[in-house]
Design a protein around this ligand. Sequence first.
Ligand SMILES: O=C(O)[C@H]1O[C@H](OP(=O)(O)OP(=O)(O)OC[C@H]2O[C@@H](n3ccc(=O)[nH]c3=O)[C@H](O)[C@@H]2O)[C@H](O)[C@@H](O)[C@H]1O
Length: 431
Amino acid sequence: MPSLEEELFPSTPGKFKIERSNTMNRQFHRCFTSTSTMFLWALFLVALTASYLSFQSFVDSGSRYFSASWGGIQWEKHVRSSAQIHRSGGMSVLVTGAAGFVGTHVSLALKKRGDGVVGLDNFNNYYDPSLKKARKALLNNHGVFVIEGDINDAKLLAKLFDAVAFTHVMHLAAQAGVRYAMQNPHSYVHSNIAGLVTLLEACKSANPQPSIVWASSSSVYGLNENVPFSEADRTDQPASLYAATKKAGEEIAHTYNHIYGLSITGLRFFTVYGPWGRPDMAYFSFTRNILQGKPITVYRGKNHVDLARDFTYIDDIVKGCLGSLDTSGKSTGSGGKKRGPAPYRIFNLGNTSPVTVPKLVNILERHLKVKAKKNVIEMPGNGDVPFTHANISSAQKEFGYRPTTDLQTGLKKFVRWYLSYYGYNRGKRVN
Ligand SMILES: O=C(O)[C@H]1O[C@H](OP(=O)(O)OP(=O)(O)OC[C@H]2O[C@@H](n3ccc(=O)[nH]c3=O)[C@H](O)[C@@H]2O)[C@H](O)[C@@H](O)[C@H]1O
């Protein structure tokens, strides 16, 4: 007698060969018994699979119930109230990356002028999440509700567009940082490419479709040598994976504009700095190290040439973001279909006056009244570019963008914030 396993899963076709015997009844009986056994086993397997699946969905919904920070009647109430517009002709904006540096400032500025704002942020630990929590608390105090969630969560995005007819999306959630891309390349693909596509999918399906303004980067100019960098210059020579994902984002955005009639504006930010900034950036980490008496590493280019950046103060960037939102024009699609051409724009948002990294250190030393311990080394091959310099005439023409804060003034404001937030001589928050 073959085992049940052998009957159900014959290892060789020969096992099922019909025996040529003259006892047909026995054959028929055996065949019948084996068919009914197979049937019973099949039934058993179906039941087992069904109960496994329902157990899984119970576990899923259970864990969502206990761990999800979104969903429910109260949550929807918060979302709607935060999205409410308090000025005539105002907008209702979903800000992704709202607990980030630029996201916090833009959300506050929108809220202050009477626009509705809902924030979304995944609070990842790329840098100290407690700083992001503190920014969230600040936003909360100003009536901006920040949801803890990821732009890769299509269900959450659908739910948000279900709850609110957002007129605009300010998309700032991203994996930032040029050099970190060598340590964790996939985080850039996850946020800057997969996350962007998930967000654009949600926007394309939303009814009405929002207009989108999003953060690209000066790094897309890569090895471009035309100075100052203009939007018409080539951007097909990225020097880092970060730059490559931002460039890919621009192409993806163009596709969604072309196929679905989404109004999309990409902003190429030039090394943004200021209060509530990002601890991974040079001006921030230099400040921390100088105050703690630790050395700082200053990179230098080939042939001892100093590196330079078109450092741009946060308040100027915020003005550029709001100007872009105000002039974005409408998306034309509905029901996931394009109904006509929609604007597709790209703007540089820089300061138009590059400053070298040693000069940045000088300014910090003066504001902090502490001499830096400098360790000057040749720039490693880590994705950095030697200099950046923005031509801003397009943004100036389109929405009157005109940066007004020089590095000296902006860093003074940053240092004042840093000392009040962390306290003197510390890297940790004291209050
Ligand atoms: O415009 C952008 O699109 C990008 O701007 C920012 O990148 P960067 O311009 O590289 O700024 P940042 O790291 O502050 O380094 C500044 C300078 O200090 C040099 N640098 C840096 C670190 C160090 O230890 N030593 C050093 O000399 C370094 O070589 C460089 O010359 C954002 O981080 C990025 O997310 C993106 O938004």
